[in-house]
Design a protein around this ligand. Structure first.
Ligand SMILES: Cc1cc2nc3c(=O)[nH]c(=O)nc-3n(C[C@H](O)[C@H](O)[C@H](O)COP(=O)(O)OP(=O)(O)OC[C@H]3O[C@@H](n4cnc5c(N)ncnc54)[C@H](O)[C@@H]3O)c2cc1C
Length: 408
């Protein structure tokens, strides 16, 4: 008899996992504690990697209110550079923006069309014995009940209470991100470039490792935000809302943001990165997306990695559901094979930019050289072609080169 699978959380990770399981004919039940359309603190930005995942799931790009993006406009130290998304053998050369309040429900709906059961407004809590999830308590307006899935995919996002309750924890020596965003009206909302400010500063004018962004939504509004990484001294005392205020006050004129208050209250969240949460696999569960710390440390991107880890987990869980008791371990191995090297380099990089001198030098020197900047965009968005030379060597060399130039 095939086994039953429960997915906890209906963000990009959980919805993608449910989609791929259902499409493979596995009986899958997803529970989401909120109801779609549900708000999520996010920049609403989709890179070409995320577009690839959505294309593979058959997302209707023409029928939906999604704003296509051609590339990135970067600012630092008074310099500016506009770069199209690179050509790549596997990924499209375009990205998009779409409000998470809309996007996540659509992907969950796609999973439902393939046969997944999507239960909204229901919170899951694990019952654990002997390292195994023996039951899951589901609570909603109608009361509480206990279900007994054979396999569980944990996709409950960055706070991941469910994950912590089954014994997963975050490595404190790995980097960590914090970000905040708000929506503003702008007559320039149909811009086809997302924008980032690479030298954001705190109230005292100190350079911070991170970036400010404007992601145009194409519907009269822009998503404006700021994100920081935990590798600099004093990051625990940082107030991200103040950094956002300072960034908004310095936005380029073309956005014509004149109001002081945003359309919606700014909201923020954590970015667990570099696959910092473990173990990734238990006796009858796996953990994916933000709950596993899957965010890319180079750029804070997490939607795509939630889709990718959801898809990967679905493959191994489908094998386990068909009776292969050893299959789940394959998920952990595949994560290491696919992302291990990339994250090792990323950790070195974000540690280096925790030094304000390196951060300042990287951004200003980088923006003086188009080839360096185009290559940096490829690395940061994880868009290097497999046949391009070994990435880690490039990154180390580039960082060294830039740091040396800066300290001359
Ligand atoms: C301010 C900010 C800006 C960002 N900008 C971008 C961006 O522009 N592009 C990008 O790619 N990434 C961005 N990210 C990261 C991105 O939002 C996350 O990486 C992504 O949402 C991870 O998806 P997920 O499915 O793992 O988790 P989530 O999207 O957090 O989904 C988890 C779901 O689980 C549900 N849940 C939680 N607990 C339970 C429970 N016990 N029972 C049932 N359901 C539960 C939650 O309600 C939620 O819907 C940003 C993050 C922040 C904070």
């Amino acid at each position: 008899m095939t086994k039953t699978v429960l997915v906890v959380g209906g963000g990009p990770g959980g919805a993608a996992a449910a989609f791929w399981l259902a499409r493979n004919g596995v009986e899958v039940h997803l529970v989401e504690k909120k109801r779609y359309p549900r708000e999520k603190a996010c920049g609403d930005g989709l890179t070409p990697r995320a577009i690839r995942e959505l294309l593979d799931m058959g997302f209707d790009f023409d029928g939906l209110d999604l704003h296509r993006i051609e590339g990135l406009r970067a600012y630092a130290g008074g310099l500016k550079m506009e770069m199209p998304w690179p050509e790549h053998s596997a990924y499209p050369n375009w990205g998009a923006t779409m409000r998470r309040a809309d996007l996540d429900g659509v992907v969950a709906g796609m999973a439902e069309k393939h046969g997944a059961t999507i239960e909204q407004g229901t919170t899951a809590a694990p019952i654990v014995a002997d390292d195994t999830i023996t039951g899951v308590r589901l609570t909603n307006d109608e009361g509480a009940r206990v279900v007994h899935p054979d396999l569980v995919i944990i996709a409950d996002g960055s706070n991941s209470r469910f994950g912590r309750n089954v014994g997963a924890s975050r490595r404190k020596d790995y980097p960590f991100g914090l970000a905040v965003r708000a929506y503003y009206e702008s007559p320039h909302s149909d811009d086809r470039f997302i924008e980032s400010q690479l030298d954001i500063r705190d109230a005292e004018g100190r350079a911070m490792p991170g970036y400010g962004w404007v992601f145009p939504l194409g519907d009269g509004e822009i998503n404006v935000g700021a994100g920081l990484i935990s590798t600099f001294k004093g990051w625990k005392d940082i107030n991200t809302s103040r950094i956002l205020d300072a960034y908004i006050a310095s936005l380029p004129d073309h956005w014509k943001v004149t109001e002081v208050t945003p359309h919606t209250k700014p909201i923020g969240g954590k970015l667990p990165m570099s696959l910092s949460v473990g173990p990734k696999v238990g006796r009858n569960w796996v953990i994916i997306g933000d709950a596993s710390g899957a965010v890319n440390p180079f750029n804070g991107e997490g939607i795509d990695y939630a889709y990718e880890t959801g898809r990967m987990a679905a493959r191994w869980v489908a094998e386990a559901a068909a009776g292969d008791d050893e299959a789940l371990a394959g998920y952990s191995r595949e994560l290491e094979d696919v992302y291990g090297d990339y994250h090792r380099v990323a950790r070195v990089f974000v540690k280096a930019i925790g030094n304000p001198v390196v951060m300042r030098t990287l951004t200003t020197v980088g923006l003086r050289s188009r080839p360096l900047m185009e290559w940096t965009l490829k690395v940061m968005a994880n868009l290097l072609d497999p046949d391009e030379a070994k990435m880690s060597e490039h990154v180390y060399t580039a960082i060294e080169r830039v740091v040396n130039v800066g300290s001359r």
